[in-house]
Design a protein. Structure first.
Ligand SMILES: Cc1ncc(COP(=O)(O)O)c(C=O)c1O
Length: 424
């Protein structure tokens, strides 16, 4: 082991620009439920991490992983009951015709696979993404990234559409007119891809526009956007990597809130509670045709240990009614955030639903305030609560705790926020 502090050693061995949260980084050593503990034994309320979906180190998931790891772990070219059971159980949670699963190790791999399938199914290459999005870190998805800097050029086979954000854009338009306007951007993107002879393979959007900053939904928008894309022969890939598994409280999957059944759904982050499990859900016809034309193999994706972890996550979601918890605790948090908004003029808007929420912060003159948002993230860390920030202007406090978050946890989050706002 080389000398220096842990931060210096990290800079030296992992590069000084490897992302690290907070001005005073946190050195975490242990987690339990909604709590994480640093090396000095200090406890932090985790209001940020969605990957430990059913709580940090949930004993049910730990036990399932340990038991299967002690029994057998192999790739997926052998028959294994746990893997098939998990695929059956997971796909039964989707509407027809989404009845077939392919497993991967990350959301990136899931979206990459979804794009390959969409291009295969349509015979076209064009992709439409939002103008402030992130769907993964591969060569293709890196190039499609619009919400932070990447080294690749935005590809000529892709077009962006404006993020639908009614709080910023409504200018007195009613919801139908606003939806029409946003759908118009999708129609423009479709026409542009067609005019350039590329054609439309897929619309790839996050059902909750999470990285986009959790804008309020515009009723009718997603349905209209998907109609435009399908009308041009393209498919709808819905990225549920952030919104899935009940987080919104009102539905198991974010796309259910828009009433549209996607052609392909991608899953990740919470799926294995931290174990690297992700996947693609599509119709049996699409998956089978793709696999007939193109061998797809993923050494680690959906192995028996991953399937055991994924099954245990579903067990806990069901047994602890975590979707209901997201709805009821989310409603409580939302009320508390609205109260904070009425008391602190810096708060321009309350965003999100269920256990995924945000506070949009502005200057007195109405401009977005990324500096104060960053300051607040650090102030909350010093006060023992972990959260972060997102959005086009980095001025939305981002909160997305494990789904076992209670009303008491919510009250601690709210009172700590109140304290931090008062101390500004
Ligand atoms: C919406 C969305 N899709 C896909 C990904 C990529 O997932 P992964 O980091 O597991 O590759 C992310 C990661 O942050 C994401 O936010």
């Amino acid at each position: 082991m080389s000398g220096g502090t842990l931060i210096e050693r990290r800079f030296n061995v992992m590069g000084r620009n490897a992302p690290l949260f907070y001005d005073r980084p946190v050195h975490l050593v242990r987690g339990e439920g909604v709590w994480v503990y640093d090396a000095d034994g200090r406890r932090f309320l985790d209001a940020y991490n969605n990957v430990p979906h059913v709580g940090h180190c949930h004993p049910r998931v730990v036990e399932a992983i340990a038991q299967q790891a002690a029994t057998l772990n192999l790739h997926t070219r052998y028959l294994h009951e746990t893997v098939v059971d998990y695929a059956e159980r997971l796909t039964s949670m989707f509407a027809e015709p989404l009845d077939t699963a392919m497993f991967t190790c990350s959301g990136t791999e899931a979206n990459e696979l979804a794009l390959r399938m969409a291009r295969f199914a349509t015979g076209r290459a064009g992709v439409i993404v939002s103008d402030f999005s992130y769907h993964g870190n591969s060569a293709t998805l890196g190039a499609l990234t619009t919400c932070f800097p990447v080294v690749e050029q935005f590809p000529s086979f892709a077009r962006t559409i404006k993020v639908p954000d009614p709080r910023v854009d409504s200018h007195g338009l009613d919801q139908d007119a606003l939806a029409d306007r946003y759908v118009g951007y999708v129609e423009d993107a479709v026409r542009s891809l067609q005019a350039d002879g590329i054609g439309v393979a897929a619309l790839l959007i996050d059902s909750f526009f999470a990285n986009e900053g959790l804008p309020d939904p515009v009723p009718g928008y997603v349905a209209g956007a998907v109609r435009a894309v399908r009308g041009a022969g393209g498919v709808f890939i819905c990225d549920e990597v952030q919104a899935g598994f009940g987080r919104t409280g009102d539905a198991m999957w974010g796309h259910e809130l828009s009433g549209v059944v996607p052609d392909i759904v991608t899953l990740g982050k919470p799926m294995g509670n931290g174990h690297p499990l992700a996947g693609v859900i599509a119709s049996n016809e699409l998956v089978s045709d793709f696999q007939a034309a193109s061998t797809y193999f993923n050494t680690f994706g959906g192995n028996p240990v991953s399937a055991a972890a994924g099954s245990a996550v579903l067990d806990v979601i069901e047994e602890q009614s975590l979707q209901d918890n997201a709805r009821s605790v989310g409603t409580h948090v939302r009320r508390g955030l609205e109260k904070l908004k009425s008391e602190h003029t810096i708060i321009a808007g309350v965003r999100g639903r269920g256990l995924f929420f945000g506070l949009e912060l502005i200057h007195p003159d109405g401009r977005p305030d990324p500096e104060v948002t960053k300051l607040l993230v650090n102030m909350m860390r010093e006060r023992g609560v972990l959260l972060s920030r997102i959005g086009r202007h980095d001025n939305v406090l981002k909160m997305r705790p494990p789904m076992v978050f209670t009303v008491a946890n919510a009250d601690l989050l709210l009172s700590t926020l109140d304290d931090a706002f008062a101390a500004l």
